[in-house]
Structures are given as C-alpha cells and as structure tokens.
Write a protein that binds this ligand. Structure first.
Ligand code: ZN
Ligand code: ZN
Length: 263
C-alpha cells in the first residue's frame, strides 16, 4: 500500500510531498481514508523535535477524521465507509493494568500516531481499531478533528473532577483548548468565567458561552473571585501567579494545570 503524505525531513523543515509504503493490514487494525486533519501544538513540537522523540521524515497530524476504508479480520464493531476520528493514540497492549482499568492512554506498550510512525497529513492512516472512534451522524466532520486532541484534553478534567452543572468553572487561556472547554462547560450547564490577558477575547469568549470575563492583565482582577470557583482549568502554557489562582478556588476544589503537552 502506497501512502501519499506531507513530511518534514529535518527539524522545523517544510512539509513536502512524501510517499511511503505500508505492508499488510494487521488483523486488529483499520485503515482510514483521511478527509480532514486538525493542527495541534504538539504537531509543531514534534516537527521541531522539542521532545527528542521525532524521526524524520516526519508526517504530523493527530486530529484525524476519515472513513473506514479497510478492516483487519478481527475487527467487527466498525463498518467500511463509516466516519471515525483518530487522536493521539494509535495502539495499546489491552492486557496491562493500565489498559484493563480503562487508562489505555497510559499504556507503556502503546503507540502514538505521530511518534515512530506517520500521522494524518496523508491520504490514509492506520490504527488499532479500538482507537478509531465512531462519529455521530449529526456532527460536522469538517471541524470535528480537534475534538480528538484539544477536545479530549479539556473534557477529561471536567469528568475526572466530577464537575456538575451547578459548578462555577474558570477557564484560563482562550485559545484552541480554552474555547472548546468553554463550549463543553456551557453545554453542561456550568457557570463559566473566561480568563485571558487579551481583552479582545471577551466577545469571542461570550459567543462560545462564557458567562463572565476577567482580563488578567489588570492587577488584582482576581481578588473579587476569592473562594469562588469549583475548578480552574488552565490551558495557557505559561507560568502564572499560582497563589492568586489557588485563592480563587472554593475550599476543597481542584486546581488543574493543563499544559499543551501530552502526558
Ligand atoms: Zn494534540
Ligand atoms: Zn497496556
């Protein structure tokens, strides 16, 4: 199987047309015809080899939307032609303690879509069928890709911290991750306060569903919010004045630091 892709050949290199071969489809794999793929900051970190993990030629792309084109003979829960999404993970062992307790993302024998293999800036990609997630019929496939990395990154802390529709959550950083967090929290019914250093983000944040906006460039802007939030969801990959943010948490609430890194 000859795959058409775009690859960089050196750190920070330009993406250029590139072809590579794949052998037979493994019994537990699916092959996807890719239709859309998002751009995540981790694609850029990998492109620059910031984590020392990149092998060149390097094909980025791990917010993939495609149609199932072929299935290995062990796969029976998907259909050829069905739309699926594929994010950071491409495979896990399924038998370690982490996999068996539902934490496949922490499996040490796993495989990631763009580490040591080629990603979604291509016409096709393969993964263990488990990691190709069926899409609902009514989703807009053109912009669903970011749900599979940026989206799950902010969805996860909302679930893990048992955030309720009656909770008040602050979202720090209104970029790729932050705007999805606001949309999820708004849909869930929570009260949402967007926090940004850029006052021009206020209107945008309100359109995404934020109830309030704080310009954190203004000194003491957080003071009126002491003992106020049930969670502070930090999506900005910068050092903050943490004491001020921790003071905004209600007693016994959780403070989540989310860097735009996959850990
Ligand atoms: Zn990502
Ligand atoms: Zn495992």
């Amino acid at each position: 199987m000859n795959i058409q892709a775009y690859a960089a050949h050196e750190p920070s290199g330009k993406l250029e047309s590139f072809q590579y071969e794949l052998g037979a489809l493994k019994p537990d794999e699916v092959e996807l015809d890719i239709e859309y793929c998002g751009i995540c900051h981790s694609d850029l970190s990998m492109l620059k080899n910031e984590w020392g993990l990149t092998r060149y030629p390097f094909v980025p792309g791990h917010e993939i939307i495609g149609k199932v084109a072929a299935m290995g003979n062990m796969v029976n829960h998907l259909k050829v032609g069905q739309y699926v999404g594929l994010g950071w993970r491409a495979r896990s062992c399924l038998v370690c303690d982490q996999c068996l307790s539902g934490h496949h993302n922490r499996c040490l024998k796993g495989e990631d879509v763009i580490i040591g293999r080629h990603g979604g800036y291509a016409d096709k990609v393969r993964c263990q069928a488990l990691f190709a997630f069926p899409l609902p019929n009514n989703i807009n496939i053109k912009n669903a890709g970011p749900l599979f990395c940026g989206g799950i990154t902010v969805f996860n802390p909302i679930i893990h911290n048992n955030i309720k529709p009656t909770d008040h959550v602050a979202v720090v950083g209104i970029g790729g991750l932050g705007h999805i967090a606001i949309k999820f929290l708004n849909a869930w019914g929570s009260e949402v306060t967007a926090i940004s250093t850029n006052p021009e983000k206020e209107k945008e944040a309100q359109e995404f569903g934020a109830d309030h906006f704080i310009n954190s460039k203004i000194s003491d802007a957080l003071k009126p919010y002491t003992n106020n939030f049930d969670m502070v969801l930090v999506t900005a990959n910068v050092d903050l004045d943490w004491d001020n943010y921790i003071d905004t948490l209600r007693l016994a609430a959780n403070c989540i630091l989310l860097e735009q890194l996959h850990k």
